[in-house]
Design a protein around this ligand. Structure first.
Ligand code: ATP
Length: 226
């Protein structure tokens, strides 16, 4: 995929001597939501950290915006690659201060999540889990990223909030952002994704469009028992 924002080819990597990724091929194009499914310990977070440049590869290549040159994580971030860990807020700071961090823009965040507007002066640590996740995703979107790598969007959140977050992610992709989304709630994620990968034990075991994954949903579900 030559037009990919980010593509990984045969990537091996992990934590020092502990190998986790075993020849991972993944690509994300502008304007699409790509899911990364798989059981606990499959290597999904490790994949995101490696793609973001926070963990080294031991072999294989990662092309970011057409260049395979190894780029430091902070440079990739400046070039629009946003890693979005679950509920990454500074709890002692207000919502507004959280939104001003880095290239964040409170007004732009409120356009994505109007729910944040009345909460601006509240300390982030006092927000509900769902509000914290809206703050996290809203801040990431307000930086006008090219690519979002989102880890565990829905962990522990009520269905109505999960739908709200997924809807915002879909809208961002429709305006051109590429999204790689690690998500445990497969059925819910299926409603907004374009394509997806299923990882098992550090390898991509299955990949395809939403339709293909839907047709093979028993395989996707059974991978969680792997
Ligand atoms: P989950 O859905 O449970 O978050 P995951 O698919 O994201 O799982 P990873 O967190 O990428 O999986 O973990 C993959 C493997 O790497 C696991 O065996 C885990 O124990 C190991 N691992 C994770 N972090 C480290 C670390 N800092 N040092 C050593 N091994 C680690």
């Amino acid at each position: 995929m030559t037009n990919s924002l980010l593509s990984a080819e045969k990537v091996h990597g992990g934590y020092g001597r502990i190998g986790v990724l075993r020849g991972v091929d993944i690509a994300v194009n502008p304007g699409e939501v790509v899911a990364l499914f798989g059981p606990n310990g499959a290597g999904k977070t490790t994949t995101l950290l490696t793609l973001a440049g926070l963990l080294p590869t031991t072999s294989g290549s990662i092309a970011w915006k057409g260049s395979t040159k190894s780029t430091a994580a902070h440079k990739r971030a400046r070039q629009g690659l946003m890693l979005v860990p679950e509920r990454s807020v500074f709890r002692q700071m207000t919502v507004e201060s959280n939104l001003r961090l880095g290239k964040g823009d409170p007004e732009a965040a409120v356009e994505h999540f109007p729910e944040l507007k009345p909460l601006m002066r509240r300390r982030a640590g006092l927000l509900s889990g769902g509000e914290q996740q809206m703050l996290t995703v809203g801040r990431a979107l307000s930086t006008q990223p090219s690519l979002l790598l989102i880890d565990e969007l829905s962990l522990g959140l009520a269905p109505v909030i999960v739908n709200r977050l997924l809807e915002a992610v879909r809208a961002a992709a429709d305006s051109g952002v590429g999204v790689l989304l690690v998500e445990q709630q497969v059925e819910r994620a299926m409603t907004i994704i374009d394509r997806g990968y299923v990882m098992v034990r550090g390898e991509v075991a299955l990949e395809g469009t939403r339709e293909v994954l839907h047709q093979n949903r028993h395989l996707v579900q059974s991978s969680y028992l792997a």
